[in-house]
Every structure is written in structure tokens, then in C-alpha cells.
Design a protein around this ligand. Structure first.
Ligand code: CR1
Length: 796
């Protein structure tokens, strides 16, 4: 497409789709017009992919996920369709600012963090690899809350991305599926009929997901809850307006909000309803499609692979059994076998509070037939394994992790360490019974968004140096290695990083009114705020560092900017205190005339995908400092390494694999191993001992306790200080000393010529962390799915 063709397409949509005239169009109208013009280019390859999936009778992958953290889509589509020149040219021609138009798009935050973003990267990779697939989730009216700071405190505001028209989706009113809850069960022999007492409709909305070079397009189908019986006209006519609208309002609550919890269980009835709602709608859609093509249900596992992203869709096991057994008359054991061969399950966390358990009473009320089937599935499992232990039900609770395990033919962890710990801890017994069921698929990230699109300077340098093949064959980045000896390459590598830092510094100055020196180390920790991720350890180190600079301001300190980003779950009190402390520390440090040249703290609010795209390319140092054994994988860690930041990190999650690949000398390691953590926890005095041995740590904690950062309320941080001294479950104190040492090593290395070499090695050796590699692993080890044969590039 040429710029002038693009321009015509944009003008056409402006007038005929949006009904706007050039002279009255706002930036929103232009953005929509551009989006529609780009969307038009997606439709053909998208339809083509669907047609070929049917014609070739290809196996389809169904990715069931409560979250898809897709972020902005316009630039993604432009990049994958290679329409940058056309779009930029058209915008210039129309006198519009391309960057500003891209920034106008709301960031679709239909997820909390890593799990949701992984699902989005997977969708893109499946399209790039021409793996016939469909993502299924919920079309939340309100995505993750917007974070604002008020006197340093986190304030949550509703995210209303759907207030504007969503350019990328196609409404599918014909894809409407009845979903029931509650009611009673009538048993007929071993089968049963379920008569729900409450019904609503799941309506589909399709968003095409286009792969690199437009080769293939899959669908993300998100369900919206609609009332079965709309509006009550009789009540309305009687003047009872509120009651007339009630059924509608009630039904809609189901897809109203995303649960703003990353790793803690939400024992809420609404949450269970949401889980059943989208899982049941998706399964029925999948079976409908299957039955339109095949008439033998035994072939389901050959033609469909259904991935349960965490336990949120775990009800898929009993629901699929119900559909096959109760509704289609298949023998129970056979139904379980077919369901199991179709389903697989990814575990994303070992934190006990995050492993879903549903009260049997609640489950029985909401899903009476499913509870019965869960008992029978359990019995069958006991019979098959000769085990006398009831696995999926315990103390009046249904354990969704165990249920998922029993109903899946493969269960995967998301990094080597995490998978290993799954076998040794939460799933120990089940692993012994099914020793080949657990497999590892280390996470990955899509290089299209997380390098090509977010870091154009580094991307161009890479392409000029080794050609463009790396974009969909990321391991080609290793071809950069010989160039790391070449001083002109290194200079350009450093220049790209520096220019990214200058851009970020300008944004800090303009948007946050904080000036930072781009010569400083840009040290970044961005992720959900959680004790196990230890933002508070990073803060304590910052405070200790600040105190040392104050003691001796002229000692030639290496300047640093500590950058934080992340949201705390609204009900997670400790995390919210960490948020506030970060802001309070920033206030004191940034205005300290003695030290602010050397140390600043920046905490931009409302961390989201777009902010990550802005921060990561400008980072020198990536903070991956979780308590070993707690972070299942991490994916931010991969994005940083890929963009030439060095990691300071523990041997946790995928850090282990990152360090192996980029090599120990290009990674700042510190801290206890997972085993050492478990060992040390046995000693109840661990925190006090660690504090007694490290005067810097003691002083930092005392400074927090003293009210230095909250003079208007000196006791504000007693909670944090007490927790650290007496409890410290996540071992901040025990790891602090080594963390400090590693940070000073960073100071020593930064600014030396070798730093750029180390950074470049990180980029060159991160190719394995492409989500294309991860998806190939799922296809081979779990889904038994193949890419569509002979796919040409649509966008060449
Ligand atoms: C894990 O905490 C992992 C992602 C994706 C998160 C993180 O370590 O990288 O999943 N888990 O696998 C999560 O969000 C609800 O659980």
C-alpha cells in the first residue's frame, strides 16, 4: 500500500464510516479512520486463514484465558502488516502527528499482569506461526483499574476503554449461547438433566489477531454477558423504570469487571460465575464448530486442543464431560478420556493463596450437576490410580489445580525451575501417579511488540547488522555476537540506548515534572506490587544508598534513577503501603539538595503495557529480585534482556535460564536459592539475625520507622518496619546484604566500555525467549498441532 492509497482509505472511512468532515475531525476521528483503514487490510488474510483451516481440516488450538492483556493494537497491526511507511506518509500528508494518533488509543487492559500478557503474546505468535487457533475470554466492560496517586496513595479509578468505539472488534450477535446457573438436577440412570434457574446469554465479539507479515490471522473471541429477556416493557409502562432495567443490569454484571487480583484467590461468587460463563460458552462454541465438520465425537482430541490458562477455566473438565455424557449420551468413562485428551493445563504460580479453591456449598448451588460430576471424576481417578486419597475435593472445597491436573493430558509449568518445583511441591502426589504428565514450556515474549515495535532504534541497528530474519526467527540474534568486538557496532548500540534514555527523560520532565540525567543508570522495576516481588527490598537499598551519599556527598557516586511502576491489588493492604512508601521516599530524595544529583526515584502512575513499551527500551538495569521459588517465570525479565538491559536478580523463575544463556558474567546475581530459602525459613529468627549483621539494613529500616518519609504522620510505616523485623516471610532482610553488594557491583561496571558489551550480549543471546519458541513447544509437546502448510507473506 502506498501512502496515497492509505490516505484515500483514511479519508473514505472518516467520511463514510465515522460521518465526519475533514474540517471538524478530532484526533479520535482520525485515529478511528486510520484504524479502519488498517483493519481493512487484516480482513482478507484473516478470512483466508479461516477458510484454509476448514478446507485443510486442520487441528485447532483453543486458548481459554480469563485475561488477555493486549494493550494497544493499532501500531501492532501496522507493524505486522508492514504498513509503517504508508501510515506515516499518509499522516504527514494530512498534517497529522502519527505518534500522537497512536498514543490516542486506549490501552486495552483485559488482564492483570504476566498471565494476561503472556496470553496476548501467545495469540500473536500463534498467528505468526500459522497455528490455527482461537483465543476465548471475557469482554470486560472495565479492564484493570486506572491507578492515580493522591498524596502518594494509590487511588483506583474505573478503566472505561469501551466508552469509545473499539475499532478492532466485530460484533457477532448470531454467536449467542445460553448459559445457566443454579437450579436442580434430574438424574436418569447415570445421566442427568440440569435445569438451571437463572439464564443469560453469552454474545461473541471477534478481534482478529494478525501475525507477522500478515501471513495468518486468528481470532480472539471475547464473550459479553447479555440478559435472556431484555427489557420489561410492562413494568416500564407501569412507571417502574428501575425494575424494568434490572434483569439487563444483573446479567451485564457478569462481564462488567476484571477481578483486579494478580495472585490472590477471589472467593467471590461472581468470580466463579465469570469462570463458568466464559468456559461454558467457549466449549459449546468449540463443539458446535467441531460437529459442523465431523460426526464422530471420538475424534475431538485429534481436531481440537483446549488449553486452560491457569485454573480459571478449570470447570472446562466437568463441563466437557457433561456435554459429552449428559447431553450427547457418551459413556462416562469414555467422556472423561476424550475430555482429558483434549484438555491441558498451564500452572502459573505456586503461591498457596493463589491456588483456587471453591467452597463445595457454593459450587453445588451454582453448578449442581458439575459438583456431582467432580465427585465421579474423583472416584474414577482413585480407581484408575489405586489411590485412596480424594484429590480434587478437600475440607469442603473443590481444589481447582488438582481438578485441572486430573482432567488434563499435559500439565505445564512456565520455567524450568517452576516446573521442577511443581513436581516436588504442589503436585507431588499427582506427579508420582502420572510421571509423564508434567512438562515444561518456558515463557516467551513476542519480538514484534517487545523489540521491533517498541525499540525502533535498536531494531534498525540489528536489521542493518544481520538482516531482518530475526523478527520471526529470534535466535538469529546470536549473529550479533561477532559484532560485539567491533567498536563501531558498540558505539551505535550505546547510542541507541542513550537516545531512548533521552526520550524517556524528556517524558519524565514533561509529564511528571521530574528532571533526570540520562547519564545516570536507569534502574527499573516494573510489575505488580507484591511482597514476593520485593519492591520494598529495592526501596530499602535505595534508602541505604541515599543515607551513604548523605554521609559523604563528594565521594564520586555513580548517578542512578530508580524507576518503579506497578499497581497494587485494591484489597492488598501491604502492597498499597509499599506504593505509598515509594512515593514518600521519592518526595524526600528528589528534593534533597545534597543527593538528588546522584539518586532520584521516579514512579509514574498507571503502569500498563504502553508504559512498559516506553520504559523497557530505556532501561540499563532490570530488577528481577523476587524471593527464590516464588516467581513462576517472569516475562518482563525477558523483555529487558532482549532490549539490552542487564539483570540484577535472584535464581528465580526464568532468571535462571536467562543467566545460563546470557552467561554469568553478564548478569548480576545475588541472593539465596529456593532451597536455601526453604532451609532458612525454619529458623524463626532469620530477620533479626540478618538485621543484626548489617548496619546499613538496620539503619534503613530505622529510617523508615522513624517517620523520616512521613513527617506529617510518623507512625505511617511502622507496619512495614515491624513486618520486616519480626516476620519477613519473603526474606528481604536475609537477602539484603548480598543485594547491596550486587548493586555496588553494578555501580562499578556502569559507564565502563565493557558495560555496552555486556548489554549487547544480553540482546544477542536472548533469542530463545521468543514466544514463537514457546508456542512451537506447546504445539509439539502438548497440542500435537501443526502449522498450516505453505503460507506466503501477505504483506510483502
Ligand atoms: C507469574 O506470577 C509468570 C506469568 C506468566 C504469573 C509470572 O511469574 O511469568 O504468570 N502468574 O506465566 C499469574 O499471573 C495469576 O498468576
Amino acid at each position: 500500500m502506498t501512502p496515497s492509497e492509505m490516505k484515500n482509505a483514511i479519508l473514505h472511512h472518516l467520511v463514510y464510516t465515522l460521518g465526519k468532515d475533514v474540517s471538524t475531525a478530532h484526533i479520535y476521528d482520525w485515529r478511528m479512520a486510520l484504524s479502519f483503514a488498517v483493519r481493512d487490510q487484516i480482513v482478507d488474510p484473516w478470512f483466508g486463514a479461516t477458510r484454509r483451516s476448514y478446507a485443510g481440516k486442520l487441528k485447532r488450538v483453543y486458548y481459554l484465558s480469563m485475561e488477555f492483556l493486549i494493550g494497544r493494537l493499532l501500531k501492532d497491526a501496522i507493524i505486522n502488516l508492514r504498513l509503517e511507511d504508508a501510515a506515516l506518509g499518509a499522516m504527514n500528508d494530512l498534517g497529522l502527528n502519527y505518534e500522537q494518533i497512536l498514543e490516542d488509543e486506549p490501552d486495552a487492559a483485559l488482564g492483570n499482569g504476566g498471565l494476561g500478557r503472556l496470553a496476548a503474546c501467545f495469540m500473536e505468535s500463534m498467528s505468526t506461526l500459522a497455528c490455527p487457533a482461537m483465543g476465548y475470554g471475557i469482554r470486560y466492560e472495565h479492564g484493570l483499574f486506572r491507578q492515580r496517586f493522591e498524596d502518594g496513595r494509590q487511588v483506583e479509578e474505573p478503566e472505561d476503554w469501551l466508552n469509545q468505539r473499539h475499532a478492532w472488534e466485530f460484533e457477532r450477535p448470531e454467536v449467542a449461547i445460553d448459559i445457566g446457573f443454579g437450579g436442580h438436577v434430574q438424574e436418569i440412570g447415570k445421566r442427568a438433566n440440569w435445569y438451571p434457574s437463572e439464564m443469560l446469554i453469552a454474545m461473541g465479539h471477534d478481534t482478529p489477531v494478525i501475525g507477522w507479515k500478515g501471513r495468518w490471522g486468528n481470532t480472539l473471541r471475547l464473550w459479553e454477558a447479555r440478559p435472556m429477556h431484555g427489557f420489561d416493557l410492562q413494568r416500564f409502562n407501569r412507571g417502574d423504570y428501575a425494575a424494568a432495567a434490572e434483569p439487563e443490569a444483573l446479567a451485564r454484571t457478569l462481564s462488567r469487571v476484571l477481578y483486579p487480583d494478580d495472585t490472590t484467590e477471589q472467593g467471590k461468587e461472581l468470580r466463579l460465575k465469570q469462570e463458568f460463563f466464559f468456559t461454558a460458552a467457549s466449549l459449546r462454541d468449540i463443539l458446535r464448530r467441531f460437529e459442523s465438520e465431523y460426526n464422530d465425537l471420538k475424534r475431538l482430541p485429534q481436531k481440537a486442543a483446549i488449553q486452560m490458562n491457569d485454573t480459571h477455566p478449570a470447570i472446562a473438565g466437568p463441563e466437557l464431560v457433561r456435554l459429552l455424557h449428559d447431553e450427547r449420551g457418551m459413556d462416562f468413562e469414555e467422556a472423561v478420556g476424550i475430555a482429558r485428551n483434549t484438555l491441558s493445563y498451564t500452572n502459573h504460580t505456586l503461591l498457596p493463596e493463589a491456588l483456587e479453591r471453591w467452597d463445595e456449598g457454593l459450587m453445588g448451588r451454582l453448578l449442581p450437576r458439575h459438583l456431582q460430576l467432580i465427585y465421579r471424576i474423583n472416584e474414577l481417578h482413585m480407581k484408575d490410580t489405586g489411590s485412596r486419597k480424594v484429590t480434587a475435593v478437600e475440607d469442603g472445597h473443590v481444589k481447582m489445580g488438582e481438578l485441572s491436573f486430573i482432567m488434563a493430558h499435559k500439565v505445564n509449568g512456565v520455567s524450568a525451575l517452576h516446573t521442577d518445583l511443581m513436581k516436588k511441591t504442589v503436585f507431588k502426589d499427582l506427579h508420582e501417579q502420572h510421571p509423564t504428565r508434567i512438562v515444561n514450556e518456558t515463557n516467551g515474549v513476542t519480538p514484534r511488540r517487545w523489540l521491533l515495535s517498541c525499540n525502533p532504534r535498536l531494531s534498525s541497528l540489528i536489521t542493518e547488522t544481520i538482516g531482518e530474519g530475526w523478527v520471526d526467527n529470534l535466535e538469529q540474534l546470536e549473529r550479533l555476537e561477532p559484532h560485539i568486538k567491533d567498536s563501531s557496532f558498540l558505539e551505535r548500540f550505546a547510542a541507541a540506548k542513550r537516545a531512548n534514555k533521552v526520550d524517556l527523560a524528556r517524558w519524565f520532565a514533561d509529564d511528571l515534572k521530574i528532571s533526570v540525567d540520562p547519564e545516570s543508570i536507569f534502574d527499573v522495576q516494573i510489575k505488580r506490587i507484591h511482597e514476593y516481588k520485593r519492591q520494598h527490598m529495592n526501596l530499602l537499598e535505595t534508602i541505604a544508598h541515599w543515607l551513604e551519599i548523605r554521609d559523604n556527598p563528594n565521594a564520586g557516586w555513580v548517578p542512578r534513577v530508580k524507576i518503579f511502576g506497578g499497581k497494587a491489588a485494591p484489597g492488598y493492604v501491604f502492597a498499597k503501603e509499599i506504593v505509598r512508601l515509594t512515593n514518600d521516599v521519592a518526595k524526600v530524595l528528589n528534593s534533597d539538595p545534597l543527593t538528588s544529583r546522584y539518586l532520584k526515584v521516579v514512579y509514574p502512575p498507571n503502569y500498563n503495557v504502553s508504559l512498559a513499551e516506553r520504559l523497557i527500551p530505556a532501561a540499563d538495569l532490570s530488577e528481577q529480585i523476587s524471593t527464590a521459588g516464588k516467581e513462576a517465570s517472569g516475562t518482563g525479565n525477558m523483555k529487558f534482556a532482549l532490549n539490552g538491559a542487564l539483570t540484577i536478580g535472584t535464581l528465580d523463575g526464568a532468571n535462571v535460564e536467562i543467566r545460563d544463556l546470557v552467561k554469568a558474567e553478564n548478569f548480576f546475581l545475588f541472593g539465596m536459592t529456593a532451597e536455601e530459602v526453604m532451609e532458612r525459613r525454619k529458623d524463626s529468627g532469620h530477620a533479626a539475625e540478618a538485621i543484626a549483621k548489617d548496619s546499613r539494613l538496620a539503619r534503613a529500616i530505622e529510617t523508615v520507622r522513624s517517620g523520616r518519609f512521613s513527617p506529617e504522620e510518623p507512625g505511617r510505616y511502622h507496619g512495614i518496619a515491624d513486618n520486616l523485623t519480626h516476620h519477613d516471610y519473603f526474606m528481604v532482610c536475609s537477602d539484603f546484604t548480598d543485594f547491596w553488594r550486587a548493586q555496588r557491583e553494578v555501580d562499578g561496571a556502569f559507564g565502563k566500555p565493557n558495560w555496552t558489551c555486556m548489554a549487547a550480549y544480553n540482546t544477542a543471546r536472548s533469542g530463545w525467549f521468543s514466544s514463537d519458541r514457546t508456542i512451537r513447544g506447546y504445539m509439539a509437546d502438548i497440542w500435537n498441532a501443526a502449522p498450516a502448510p505453505e503460507v506466503e507473506d501477505a504483506a510483502e
